[in-house]
Design a protein. Structure first.
Ligand code: MEV
Length: 307
């Protein structure tokens, strides 16, 4: 018998970085995911192929603390595989932590789901990133599209119509923890300006929520392009990401921004309407050497089961 779990990556539509400092953000699960399989063992073992986004030390802590909270010994072997590139700003480490917790929970018959899985995974994310807001594990565990404010239960958002989003990986890996620190320094240098930007980010998240509820891709795109400019102001962008945003817009996208921590990683865009036009943009980006893909929103959240 084994416990299996799959947990999706995520994109942040609005409010990354500012969410660490109390602003509201909007995030969506994507169709690429991490899979974990747990079997019985005489001791705790974790394994992953080199490309999988599994930080073994933090993942070990996730499993140890989950078993300790259940009053059990972690006699389990967990292997992880992934279709998410690590370090691409797509929540790969959060998805890995949630999947590891889900697989162990399924094996043991604990039935953890939703925010209980997110909280189990956050134990590892704190070790990987230092001061995460918790949005990545919440988006992966809950799925769909969520509005998230630190310390409050996330709200599942209703979409006026399903949406196709475009993700373009810049090819530059980066550390979320280092970027959270860099933006935190920006806050320390300009506290009142940063406070205003946090309020602005919450307002933009509210407007994104409205655009998603109305199925208004054009309004969503404009808000995302605006967000990118503000994220650049606090040190989260790079010349390569700015160029990639401009490229997406020049290819007809309705809006584009960095997503996640920035400093490299990925750009999220609203593709032009219609499947053929969206696929045309993907082909053009791939011809230029980018790993670009379309993802449907809402996408499923973490799932765990026994086999
Ligand atoms: C990373 O996906 C999002 C950040 O806002 C960090 C966090 O909220 O934990 C940059």
């Amino acid at each position: 018998m084994k416990g299996v779990a799959e947990a999706p990556g995520k994109v942040i539509v609005s409010g990354e970085h500012f969410v660490v400092h109390g602003a509201e953000a909007v995030a969506a699960a994507i169709e690429r995911k991490v899979r974990a399989e747990a079997t019985r063992s005489d001791r705790l073992l974790l394994s992953a192929p080199v490309r999988a986004p599994l930080a073994l030390g933090p993942a070990r802590k996730v499993v140890e603390s989950l078993y300790a909270s259940m009053g059990a010994e972690p006699r389990v072997s967990i292997s992880v595989s992934s279709t998410l590139a690590p370090g691409a700003g797509l929540g790969s480490s959060a998805a890995a932590m949630v999947a590891v917790a889900g697989a162990a929970s399924a094996l043991e018959g604990w039935g953890l789901e939703g925010m209980r899985l997110a909280e189990a995974g956050l134990v590892g994310e704190r070790l990987v990133h230092g001061n995460p807001s918790g949005i990545d594990t919440a988006a992966s565990a809950m799925g769909g599209v969520i509005a998230f404010r630190r310390g409050e239960p996330p709200r599942a958002l209703r979409l006026g119509s399903p949406l196709t989003l475009l993700v373009v990986y810049s090819g530059a890996r980066r550390s979320t923890g280092a970027l959270i620190k860099r933006v935190g320094e920006e806050r320390a240098s300009h506290p009142s300006l940063f406070g205003g930007l946090c309020e602005g980010a919450s307002m933009v998240s509210g407007l994104c929520e409205g655009a998603l509820g109305d199925g208004d891709a054009r309004a969503l795109g404009l808000l995302m392009t605006y967000s990118h400019a503000v994220l650049g102001r606090v040190g989260a962008s790079t010349a390569a990401l700015d160029g990639l945003v401009d490229l997406c817009l020049s290819l007809g996208c309705l809006g584009a921004k960095l997503t996640g921590a920035g400093g490299g990683g990925s750009v999220l865009a609203v593709p032009p309407p219609g499947r053929a036009a969206a696929e045309g943009v993907v082909s053009k980006l791939r011809r230029r050497g980018y790993d670009a893909f379309l993802t449907r929103v809402p996408a499923a959240g973490a799932r765990a089961w026994r086999e």
